[in-house]
Ligand binder design. Structure first.
Ligand code: FE2
Length: 653
């Protein structure tokens, strides 16, 4: 008998498709793919519509690359002019891309497939070439629907070997790459910092991929807004995959969703509540839990397991975690998930609850008890992470979506001056302080994106310069909501950066009253011209031997061969690791050595308060601790954690 398409559709839910609850561990939403059922419920009939139901009947033919741009690269409005790529590809190309991390002997890999058709197999296979030239299948995973993602977990992973992999579907479709060995022996570990990949500008990201391949980063960090296709995440994520898979395929990738990835302009997740007002500043998520969890699963399932994986309200998942690559120990935070929404909680002092324009307002008036930034669970995580150097950690670094300050003056337009934007982590100020204190205790810089304005700042906690450095990456493609650093008086602040080509460096208070020292900023010169729009990415070099960190910032259309002068003016910036703790050194304690330990982890505690000043791994066999005030101190040390009390009552007068 001939099976017609109509008949196939009718029987497909029965025979070809079954919802998985095994891989992700959640009873996913999921309806059938019959085209008549709505996987996200009747209230949201169009969510992820390009890849659900009878998706193949909906058209969606890819536009030629960059078809939406005029000669100067000017972006036109989103929508029909900037369609996502076609979802209907030759069937030997249905595995779009794969991405992975490995940590503590566990390989986690996600594969994103193009939507499958009813008669097609719903299984993806992972094959490896380990120790011989033969491909061997090591795992199978169900291709989930909606989402079309598949997830592999391989235990007992030997991180010291390079291992070629391929993800297969059916007979012919496959995606190949390399699982890199952990580069522990490298003196300098290179991190790429990318964010904000405007969907208004479609097509390949050739200039960025080419440069990244020549930098050859050891790890990629995509800090959010990988796609701006708010209600079509699967299509947007596939578009991102097509754009970046040639750099992602052969190195570990950290990817965390930000507001636009879950369909918001801004996001204050407030532990998972439902947002009901325009602009979402009441806190919570606008779209259904199933959609939010799908976005998180597609982008972040492959991260190492969270040490505190309990979901927040309504069973929205969390993914905050840690990961070590080549001795650099990353804390990966969710700065949106727990954060309080401002609407109704603080007095409104501007055109909308999250924008402040009233120059007479008192920043303290909005730093109210009960407001969360990272939330208690992540603060606890950060405190423990900062004291734990297991897994070969030598230096530390914190990753999250956005900046712990408002280092920007103009928002959305060259002359649109705003005093404060509560979407950044400069608010609530007390939560900001607590987060920066933990980073300082680990001498860790912070990397993020979100702002569409690259900056390097030194955060002040109590005073200018006493906190860690923060590096916000530029937008990969800056055709959505430009921002500028432009002090009202057009003057540098106190203590400007010597010999900087930039006019407005130095000490400033942001609109929330937070002290920041501006080291460099990359303002768009002409938002209409892609060559002058400040598109680009960050590159961070962690020099373990010399304990230095270099921040580089590369314009999208620059040439690496032109050397440092091709970077944005004001970069590169090299700092010492210890300068992430910017307190003034008052005295040094006697040197610490730990018998039998080459580079001990040392912790200094102020006895009067019990406060941990810092916990760091010594670069050499002996470590001379510094303190910032007179008093009595305890010194602890250990191989990976400061488990041994070395001395107490060490007095500094
Ligand atoms: Fe963005």
């Amino acid at each position: 008998m001939n099976i017609t398409r109509r008949l196939l559709l009718k029987i497909s839910p029965l025979f070809f498709w079954r919802a998985s609850s095994s891989v992700y561990g959640e009873p996913s939403v999921i309806g059938s793919q019959s085209g008549t059922e709505l996987p996200f419920g009747p209230e949201f009939p169009k969510l992820d519509s390009l890849s659900t139901g009878e998706w193949w009947a909906k058209g969606g033919i890819a536009a030629p690359p960059n078809a939406n741009k005029n000669a100067k690269g000017k972006a036109k409005n989103a929508g029909a002019a900037n369609p996502p790529p076609t979802m209907d590809v030759p069937r030997d190309e249905v595995v779009c891309f794969a991405y992975y991390t490995h940590q503590n002997g566990v390989l986690k890999m996600s594969a994103q497939l193009f939507p499958l058709k009813p008669a097609e197999d719903r299984t993806a296979r992972l094959e490896l070439k380990q120790g011989s030239d033969e491909w061997k299948e090591v795992a199978k995973a169900e291709v989930l629907y909606p989402g079309w993602d598949a997830h592999f977990r391989v235990e007992g992973w030997d991180g010291s070997q390079n291992v070629p992999y391929r993800v297969r579907h059916g007979e012919k479709a496959m995606f190949e790459g390399l699982i890199r060995r952990d580069p522990v022996e490298k003196e300098v570990i290179v991190v790429a910092n990318l964010s904000c990949n405007s969907s208004r500008t479609i097509g390949p990201r050739t200039e960025i991929i080419d440069k990244l391949r020549s930098h050859d980063p050891d790890v990629l960090f995509f800090g959010g807004d990988q796609t701006y296709r708010h209600t079509e995440h699967t299509a947007g994520w596939i578009e991102f995959g097509l754009q970046f898979r040639d750099i992602i395929r052969d190195r570990p990738t950290v990817c965390i969703p930000d507001d636009h990835d879950v369909g918001h302009g801004n996001l204050w997740g407030e532990s998972g509540k439902v947002s009901t007002i325009e602009g979402d500043s009441d806190g919570g998520f606008r779209y259904p839990v199933a959609y939010v969890n799908q976005v998180q699963r597609q982008q972040s399932w492959h991260l190492p397991d969270s040490p505190d994986p309990a979901p927040v309200n309504r069973d929205i998942r969390v993914y905050f975690t840690r990961m070590t690559v080549g001795g650099i120990d990353f804390a990966i935070l969710e700065d949106r998930k727990f954060k309080s929404g401002p609407a109704g909680k603080i007095p409104q002092m501007g055109p909308r609850p999250d924008h402040i324009n009233d120059p007479s307002y008192d920043p303290k008036s909005i730093d109210l008890p009960g407001l969360e930034l990272l939330g208690e669970r992540q603060e606890t995580f950060l405190r423990q992470w900062g004291q734990d150097y297991s897994g070969g950690a030598e230096m530390k670094c914190v990753l999250s979506a956005t900046a712990f300050c408002g280092a920007v003056h103009m928002h959305g337009g060259r002359n649109s001056r705003l005093l404060a934007d509560l979407d950044c982590n400069g608010w609530p100020q007390s939560g900001r302080k607590r987060a920066l204190l933990e980073m300082r205790r680990a001498w860790a810089p912070h990397l993020c994106g979100d702002q569409h304005l690259a900056v390097v700042v030194k955060h002040g906690i109590e005073q200018f310069g006493d906190g860690p450095f923060g590096f916000t990456s530029p937008a990969i493609v800056n055709t959505i909501y430009g921002r500028w650093w432009h002090p009202l008086n057009e003057q540098p602040g106190p203590n400007p950066i010597a010999n900087s080509p930039l006019p407005w460096t130095g000490d400033f208070k942001d609109g929330l009253g937070n002290p920041i020292s501006m080291h460099a900023y990359a303002n768009p010169e002409d938002i209409q011209d892609e060559k002058k729009r400040a598109d680009g990415y960050g590159l961070i070099r962690f020099d373990k031997k010399n304990r230095k960190i270099t921040f580089e910032c590369w314009p999208r259309f620059s040439k690496v061969a032109d050397g440092d002068k091709a970077q944005f003016p004001g970069w590169p910036i090299t700092i010492t690791q210890e300068s992430n703790d910017g307190r003034k050194v008052y005295a040094h304690l006697p040197s610490v050595k730990l018998v039998g330990v080459l580079n001990p982890v040392v912790q200094i505690i102020a006895e009067s308060t019990g406060e941990i000043l810092y916990t760091v791994r010594s670069r050499t066999e002996s470590f001379q601790p510094r303190v910032y005030a007179p008093g009595k101190y305890s010194i602890k040390a250990g191989k990976d954690k400061p488990e041994t009390l070395i001395a107490e009552n060490v007095e500094v007068s």
